[in-house]
Design a binder for this molecule. Sequence first.
Ligand SMILES: Nc1ncnc2c1ncn2[C@@H]1O[C@H](COP(=O)(O)OP(=O)(O)O)[C@@H](O)[C@H]1O
Ligand SMILES: [Mg+2]
Length: 301
Amino acid sequence: MAKADYIISLIKSHYNNEPERFTTVALQIAAYEAKLGHTIVANDIKTIIDKAKEVKHKSKSFAPDLQGLIQENVPAVRLSDMISTEDIKSKVNRIISEFVQRDKLRKHDLENRRKILLSGPPGTGKTLTSSIIANELNLPLYTILMDKMVTKFMGETSAKLRQIFDLIEQRQGVYLFDEFDAIGGERSRENDVGEMRRVLNSFLQFIERDHSDSLIIAITNNKQLLDQALFRRFDDVILYHLPSLEEKEELLKNRLSQFTKKIKFKDLLPNINGLSHAEISLACIDAIKETILNDKTADEQ
Ligand SMILES: Nc1ncnc2c1ncn2[C@@H]1O[C@H](COP(=O)(O)OP(=O)(O)O)[C@@H](O)[C@H]1O
Ligand SMILES: [Mg+2]
């Protein structure tokens, strides 16, 4: 669509009182701007939508004894913001489409993929993927702060987990157990090895028993955890990796093209060897900041 068409759609949706449509068109405009390399404009639009959503969702608060253990947010990132392989994208798309059409699947006694395990090195888009899924499905994202749970409630972690899984049943959302191996990973350092093992096992059992309408995403950086016993508890496993050459180039283009017309992104590749998606993104932001603070344009540098 051309820009004028977007504006017309936006005006129409306002006067037809279609707030959902309004948001969709606004996001399309953000995507359109991003495609042109206008990332700041695109991000500004997304931030406005994000803030509006936060107000709308203003959370019903959690039971007092769960407060401080769960973080709620309503992210505004889309699949197009993630740079990754077709394989990862199609897996994410399948999770989204099965969720949307879960009633159709149920009629045939089938369940949508809703217990997902994400694994891979830090900074490759695992947390980002969880935000994308929540946003695409218009669901709140609840992040369970595993480290807090383990340190604060040592000895009663399993009871807390039960409360969290009750919540998963009662309140539909995307529930993220980020770096859930914190509960198992402490094993070697803690004296109470037995307690840690029990907690990890009960976590896996809760997952197995869950039949809610929510989505459960568990993230681990710990490859050793990825044994068969763990795999079969999940409906889908997505493996992340450091960016390929193509991904690196796409990432640089995505982050920098608004600021520089002359640089050949391929020439920068040797400088970012071995870096993750997150590290490359940060390096780009630093480079942009430096250019701004030195009152130069990127192409003068
Ligand atoms: N595949 C990716 N594509 C685009 N940006 C990414 C990607 N992976 C990471 N990033 C950037 O780095 C930030 C941190 O990544 P994150 O998803 O938290 O990494 P992980 O959870 O795998 O450690 C993201 O918010 C995003 O800005
Ligand atoms: Mg993460």
